[in-house]
Write a protein that binds this ligand. Structure first.
Ligand code: P6P
Length: 337
């Protein structure tokens, strides 16, 4: 019987990957690991306790805040603050960023941006949901106040990013810029075990993931790409297969393992798309590029976008490089770049 390396052991082993950090980043990743276990426990019994459903409160996105959204937000916030390595947090569930004065934190050199429970409307129907996180070193002076500039950093400045997928099994997948590594939670011993080291996306695939219910509102380039995916052509393994879970992490994770493309494009009604740049697209884009995938707004790398607002949205294309290249050709031909 093989004994897998645990996430804790792996983090310590890889600590040398970020020599400047004196264990701070390791402490942050450990805090996220702890919070993920707690949230996982609640999600797994969500149907049994009064913790599903809406709170009756709208978040800054104008979306119904789910009870588990708020629960997950508090758990991750408290776990991160307790470790004392951060000076601020931004969250999909918080109108503005939250900051901590340095006397309560040993170093306070990092900020964390997160979507504590993405796809949470799926909880009531037992569909996979996820937590997404993105970590930067602060850019404001260490002994000064945190500022919005600490959060509006370009995605390439991330020092770590990852997600927790609460699915048929619970996994934590992360990168610190040295590959993407996946850990599967073993509830019998309460440990995340290394199960997918150095994840790399297949160069191509046959899965396209998009909400085709919005078809009439899509840009022409997206419509033309969808027609391409659905055409018969044995030489290029078409038609492809449509798979759309409606939970970004679940759709991304499947494509990462099997190959594929996920698209949430701009529409006439939502000219910047739906997904948020800072705590959904940037962390996923960091993971994607580290796994040999691409992540763009249909034209340019997500990681090169200079953020202007905390909750700004961006059109999002991510997946196998060969499928992304084809999608970009259609976007360039029919939308200009
Ligand atoms: P739609 C969930 O609300 C989310 O942010 C992503 O997880 C998911 O991929 C997308 O929105 C689903 O949006 O408009 O297709 O329901």
């Amino acid at each position: 019987m093989s004994i897998h390396k645990t996430l804790g052991e792996f983090i310590i082993e890889k600590q040398a990957d970020f020599p400047h950090a004196k264990g701070e980043l390791s402490a942050l990743l450990s805090a996220i690991k702890l919070a993920a276990k707690i949230v996982n426990r609640e999600i797994n019994k969500a149907g049994l306790v009064d913790i599903t459903g809406a709170t009756g409160v709208e978040n800054v996105q104008g979306e119904q805040q789910q009870k588990l959204d708020m629960y997950a937000n508090e758990i991750f916030k408290n776990a991160l603050i307790a470790r004392g390595e951060i000076c601020g947090i931004a969250s999909e569930e918080e109108d503005n960023y939250v900051f901590f004065d340095n006397k309560n934190s040993r170093s306070g050199n990092y900020v964390v941006l997160m979507d504590p429970l993405d796809g949470s409307s799926n909880i009531d129907v037992n569909v996979s949901v996820g937590t997404i996180f993105s970590i930067y070193r602060r850019v404001s002076p260490t002994n000064g106040p945190v500022g919005i500039e600490d959060f509006l950093q370009v995605g390439r400045k991330q020092v770590a990013a990852g997600y927790v997928i609460y699915g048929s099994s619970t996994m934590l997948v992360y990168t610190t810029g040295n590959g993407v590594h996946g850990f599967t939670y073993d509830p019998s011993i309460g440990v995340f075990c290394l199960s997918h080291e150095s994840l790399t996306i297949p160069k191509s695939g046959r899965i396209y993931s998009i909400n085709e219910g919005n078809y009439v509102k899509f840009p022409l380039g997206v419509k033309k790409y969808l027609k391409y995916c659905q055409e018969e052509d044995e030489s290029t393994n078409r038609p492809y297969t449509s798979r759309y879970i409606g939970s970004l992490i679940a759709d991304f994770h499947r494509n990462l393992l099997k190959g594929g493309i996920y698209i949430y494009p701009q529409t006439a009604q939502a000219p910047s798309g739906k997904l948020r740049l800072l705590y959904e697209c940037n962390p996923i884009a960091f993971l994607a590029e580290q796994a040999g995938a691409l992540a763009t707004d249909g034209f340019s790398p997500i990681l090169d976008i200079k953020p202007t607002e905390l909750h700004q949205r961006v059109p999002f294309f991510t997946g196998s490089p060969e499928m992304m290249d084809t999608a970009h050709q259609f976007m360039k031909e029919f939308e200009g770049s």
